[in-house]
Design a protein around this ligand. Structure first.
Ligand code: 1GP
Length: 244
């Protein structure tokens, strides 16, 4: 079964999913062992791998995690230099909240021949950056403006456009390390108005943050920053998502 089929099947049966995020630049030897052993215990649904910069090797991080666990790895690339055929799938992100052609289609053109040749599963994803209290790396690097937090109507219209354009999922992103996660009201409004799976990430740090996002309609929650210092937290997070 493809990863997209698995996501759709879980959504149809009302099951929520957890993705834990590795930024290869922060996946130091010290963090790596604890992270891998937490993954082995927590058994999150997916490991997303990606970041805003490309200092470290995405291949090495994936190779390490695959040696230690059998959790599916999904590439969540910040740009076309982070491509690898070592992942199980790639989120083909189009930054539909922005108006920067490079992140709507430009990077994709550069990446397309490699992706086609690799045969890796691609999941077309409408990526929406939501204002979260400070300037995030994704806002700065992508040179796009996030959707204002209180503009549910704009978020809904953007998500519907993303669905009509043929995306297979919508990612509501507060930005890594966001001060505030995506507002529950916005998750609710978006998930009520589209049929696609809704992925929510950015600034989710606590059990309450996760419950709030799931209650509002998130199908998959993505947790990164808070696990960098405390990877063991994912064990409890996974339990919450599984029992939701
Ligand atoms: C970032 O949505 C992810 O792209 C995860 O965000 O690092 O804040 O958990 P955090």
């Amino acid at each position: 079964m493809s990863i997209l089929e698995e996501i759709l099947q879980k959504k149809a049966s009302g099951k929520k999913q957890l993705a834990v995020l590795i930024d290869p630049d922060k996946y130091t030897d010290e963090v790596a062992e604890r992270f891998a052993s937490s993954v082995a215990q927590a058994k999150p649904d997916y490991i997303f791998v990606g970041g805003s910069l490309t200092a470290s090797s995405t291949d090495d991080a994936i190779k390490h995690i695959k040696e230690k666990t059998d959790t599916k790895v999904v590439l969540f690339p910040g740009n076309s230099t982070q491509l690898t055929d070592k992942a199980d799938a790639i989120l083909m992100l189009s930054l539909i909240s922005g108006r920067n052609a490079d992140f709507l289609i430009g990077q994709h053109v550069v990446a397309a021949p490699f992706i086609r040749k690799s045969g890796i599963e691609t999941i077309s994803t409408g990526y929406m950056l939501i204002e979260s209290g400070t300037t995030t790396s994704v806002e700065y690097i992508s040179n796009t403006r996030p959707i204002p937090r209180e503009k549910n109507d704009i978020a809904v219209a953007t998500a519907i456009a993303g669905e009509l354009l043929g995306n297979k999922a919508i990612y509501l992103e507060g930005g890594s390390g966001a001060k505030n996660p995506v507002p529950a009201q916005m998750i609710k409004a978006v998930s009520k108005n589209i049929t696609l799976p809704v992925i929510v990430g950015g600034g989710l740090r606590s059990e309450d943050d996760i419950k709030t996002a799931l209650e509002a309609g998130a199908d998959i929650v993505v947790i990164g920053t808070t696990l960098e210092s405390d990877p063991e937290k994912m064990i409890k997070f996974a339990e919450i998502v599984r029992n939701f």
